[in-house]
Structures are given as structure tokens and as C-alpha cells.
Design a protein around this ligand. Structure first.
Ligand code: IMP
Ligand code: MG
Length: 176
């Protein structure tokens, strides 16, 4: 099979520098507290892994997997929990870690689902934000990069299940 490399959009070094800053911000904001990191699978796995190493606090790690119906490069509207977190989240400082916020539908839905579970607080950390298609505004407490309206892959993000392993965020041009 041909091994295709998408064009670099955010380099490994830029990711690493920004993620260290986010880890420091979280550490400063939650001094004296414990945080529960909820990694949104699959896309956030790499960001989450690197971010955790930069958070100097007592941390619990949990995972959730969601699906929004349909395939392709545009989110389709209906969000469902495929695999839930194992913890109740009650009285915890939850930080949802996501790869990208596009329309915002996934994150607004997830935040609503979590609020019902009576956590102490719920914050959002997203590596990327695409403002151009944001129909469901959500506060992003910790943001890596705001990006143009382009379909990006790599560093956890996929196109049809591929490119998650790339150490950088790349652009998939039409025709690739
Ligand atoms: P939202 O619900 O529209 O905010 O979509 C968020 C989800 O859509 C993300 O968690 C990604 O799985 C997917 N997504 C949106 N834009 C991109 C992209 O450029 N590359 C890869 N996945 C994307
Ligand atoms: Mg996702």
C-alpha cells in the first residue's frame, strides 16, 4: 500500500510548545485540587497523552467514545455515547479533552450530558478550533490553535480511519 504524507500544517515542535503552555495553565488553575481528564476517543488520544505529561497535579484519566452519525468530512448532527466513562464524575473537576471543535455540536452535547452527573466543575480543552462552521458556541477553556476551514488529519485526527499516527497536524488536499 502506498504511504502518503499529508502536508504539514502544525509541526510537531509547535504542538509540543503549545501543549506545554496548556498543561501549565491547567496546573496553575487547579492548584491544590485533583482533576479528572476525560479523553474523547479516538481523535484526542495523542493530544491527551502529551497534555497529561505536562499537568503537575493529581490526575485521574478516563475515556469516552462518541459517534456522530454519518461519514465524510462534515459532522452530521446526532451525537451518541458509544462507550461511557467508568467513573461517576460526581464532585470532580472534569476536563474534557477533545481533538477539534468544528460545529461545536459534539462538545455542547457532551457538556450537557456531563452536567447532569453533578461534577464540581467541567472545563473543555481542545487542541483545535475551526470557527468558520461553529453553529453551537461552546466555551473552550484551553485551546491549542484556531485554524482555517480546512480538513486536517494527523496527531490523532483521522480521515476514514487513517493518518492518526502522524506526529504533526497535516492538511488533506482535495484529490489525495
Ligand atoms: P463538531 O461536533 O462539528 O464540533 O465535530 C467535532 C468532531 O468532528 C471532531 O471530534 C472530529 O472527530 C470531527 N472533525 C471535525 N473537523 C475535522 C477535521 O478537520 N479533521 C478530522 N476530524 C474532524
Ligand atoms: Mg472527535
Amino acid at each position: 500500500m502506498e504511504h502518503f504524507y499529508p502536508e504539514v500544517y502544525i509541526s510537531e515542535e509547535d504542538l509540543s510548545l503549545r501543549i506545554a503552555e496548556i498543561g501549565k495553565a491547567i496546573t496553575d488553575d487547579f492548584q491544590g485540587e485533583e482533576v479528572t481528564i476525560v479523553c474523547v476517543l479516538k481523535g484526542a488520544f495523542m493530544f491527551c497523552s502529551d497534555l497529561l505529561k505536562k499537568i503537575d497535579l493529581p490526575v485521574k484519566l478516563d475515556f469516552i467514545q462518541l459517534s456522530s452519525y454519518g461519514e465524510g468530512t462534515v459532522s452530521s448532527g446526532n451525537v451518541k455515547i458509544e462507550m461511557d466513562v467508568s467513573d461517576s464524575l460526581k464532585n470532580q473537576n472534569v476536563i474534557i479533552v477533545e481533538d477539534i471543535i468544528d460545529t461545536g455540536l459534539t462538545m455542547t452535547t457532551l457538556k450537557e450530558m456531563f452536567e447532569v452527573r453533578k461534577p464540581k466543575s467541567v472545563k473543555v480543552a481542545s487542541l483545535l478550533f475551526k470557527p468558520s462552521r461553529n453553529t453551537h458556541p461552546v466555551d473552550i477553556d484551553y485551546l491549542g490553535f484556531e485554524i482555517e476551514d480546512k480538513f486536517v488529519v494527523g496527531y490523532g485526527l483521522d480521515y476514514a480511519g487513517r493518518f492518526r499516527e502522524l506526529p504533526y497536524v497535516g492538511i488533506l488536499n482535495a484529490g489525495n
